[in-house]
Design a protein around this ligand. Structure first.
Ligand SMILES: Nc1nc2c(c(=O)[nH]1)N[C@H]1C(S)=C(S)[C@@H](COP(=O)(O)O)O[C@H]1N2
Ligand SMILES: [Mo]
Length: 340
C-alpha cells in the first residue's frame, strides 16, 4: 500500500482530506472484518474492546491477532512519502532471524506468536503476567506515521499501530524508585534461529530512561499499515522510539521491567563506543565508522532487495532527533556534541 503525499513542510488541508478518504475506505473494509469475527465467534466473546469507530482486537480461529478499526492520530501526519509496505516488510534488521536484510522475512514463519505472554514487573505497584490480548485490551490503539532512522544511515516512513507506552506505565504504576525501563525480546532458538549464532548476547535487550518511556512519542506497537505486525517487523509487540536510532525499537517483547539501575542494551554491550545508551538521532555527531549527516530514504523496492541500501544515494538530510524536536527538553544540560 503506497500512500503518497506532496512535500510541503506541514500537511496541507488537501492531504488531510486525501488521508481521510483513504481512512474511510479502510473503515469500510474493516467493518466487514470486525463483523465477520463477531459472527464466527458467536458474538462479542473474543472482541476485547471497541465499537465501530474504535480499535477492535481479537484472536481469530487460528489464534492470530486481528486489529479492527484504527484511527490515525492526526498529530503525527508527515509530509514525507510513506514507504511501501513491500519494502518495510522485506528489508529488515532482526538479527534473531539472521543478519542479512532478507533473512527476517525468510525465517519469519518460524516464530509463533500465539499464545504470547508479556511480563510487567520490577519496581511497580501492579506487576502482572499478561496474555497478549489482555495486555492490549484496555488500551486505545491508534495509527501513527513515524520516520524510522537506522544507525546504518537508511530510513523509512511507516504507519504504525499501537498505544502510548505512557498508558502502560500508568497501568503498571512504577514506584518512586523506578528510573529506567528494560525491554527483553523472546529467547527461543527454535523459533529465532539467529539466536544459535552468538552475533549478540541473547536475548536482545533495550532500555529507556523512565522519562523517555513516558514521552508521548514512545509507542508500544502491535501493527503497521493497518494490520498486525508481520513477524519480521517484531510481532506481536515491539517498541517504536522515533527520535532514536532504530536499534532502540526492540522487537518481539516478552518482558518489561522497571528498575533503578541503568540496564545495558545488547548493542551497547557489544560496542559501547558505537551504540551508546541514549542513541538519539543526531546528524552532527558521526558514527565512528560513517557519517550520520544524511540518509538513504527507502520508499519502495526499485531494483531488488539486497541492493537497496547500496544503490540509493544518501540524499536526505538527517534531522536532529529525526525531526522530533519536542524531545529536546528530555536532554537539557546533556552534552549533545558527542555520541551518547
Ligand atoms: N529484537 C530485535 N529488535 C530489533 C532488532 C534486532 O535485531 N532484534 N533490530 C533493530 C534495528 S537495528 C532496526 S533498524 C529496527 C528495524 O525495524 P524494521 O525491520 O521493522 O524496519 O529494529 C530494531 N529492533
Ligand atoms: Mo538499525
Amino acid at each position: 500500500m503506497l500512500i503518497r503525499s506532496p512535500k510541503p513542510l506541514h500537511p496541507r488541508e488537501s492531504e488531510v482530506t486525501d488521508h481521510d478518504a483513504w481512512l474511510s475506505r479502510r473503515l469500510f473494509l474493516k467493518k466487514g472484518v470486525a463483523g465477520a469475527l463477531a459472527a464466527s465467534t458467536g458474538g462479542a466473546g473474543v472482541l476485547l474492546a471497541g465499537c465501530e469507530t474504535t480499535a477492535v482486537t481479537a484472536r481469530n480461529s487460528d489464534g492470530k491477532l486481528e486489529l479492527g478499526i484504527v484511527k490515525p492520530n492526526k498529530s503525527y501526519l508527515l509530509p514525507d512519502t510513506i514507504t511501501e509496505k513491500a519494502a518495510a516488510t522485506t528489508y529488515n534488521n532482526f538479527y534473531e532471524m539472521g543478519v542479512l536484510k532478507s533473512d527476517p522475512r525468510e525465517n519469519a514463519h518460524l516464530l509463533k506468536t500465539a499464545p504470547w505472554s508479556v511480563r510487567v514487573h520490577g519496581m511497580v505497584d501492579k506487576p502482572a503476567d499478561y496474555q497478549l490480548e489482555d495486555f492490549i485490551a484496555p488500551h486505545q490503539l491508534e495509527e501513527r506515521i513515524y520516520r524510522l532512522r537506522c544507525v546504518e544511515a537508511w530510513s523509512m516512513v511507516i504507519p504504525w499501530v499501537g498505544f502510548p507506552m505512557a498508558d502502560l506505565i500508568g497501568r503498571a504504576q512504577p514506584t518512586s524508585k523506578a528510573r529506567f525501563v528494560k525491554f527483553t525480546t523472546l529467547l527461543d532458538p527454535s523459533m529465532l534461529p539467529g539466536q544459535r549464532t552468538p552475533v549478540l548476547d541473547w536475548p536482545y535487550v533495550e532500555a529507556l530512561e523512565l522519562k523517555e518511556a513516558l514521552h508521548p512519542l514512545t509507542l508500544l506497537t502491535v501493527g503497521m499499515y493497518g494490520e498486525v505486525l508481520p513477524n519480521q517487523n517484531g510481532a506481536p509487540l515491539r517498541l517504536v522510539v522515533p527520535w532514536k536510532y532504530g536499534y532502540k525499537s526492540i522487537k518481539s517483547i516478552v518482558d518489561i521491567e522497571f528498575t533503578d539501575h541503568r540496564p545495558v542494551p545488547s548493542w551497547t554491550r557489544a560496542a559501547p563506543n558505537e551504540y551508546p545508551f541514549y542513541s538519539n538521532v543526531n546528524p552532527s555527531v558521526n558514527h565512528p565508522r560513517w557519517s550520520q549527516a544524511r540518509e538513504r530514504r527507502i520508499t519502495n523496492i526499485p531494483r531488488g532487495l539486497d541492493a537497496i541500501g547500496a544503490l540509493l544515494e544518501p540524499k536526505i538530510e538527517t534531522l536532529m532527533f529525526n525531526g522530533y524536536p519536542e524531545v529536546a527538553e528530555l536532554y537539557r544540560g546533556m552534552d549533545m556534541t558527542r555520541l551518547f
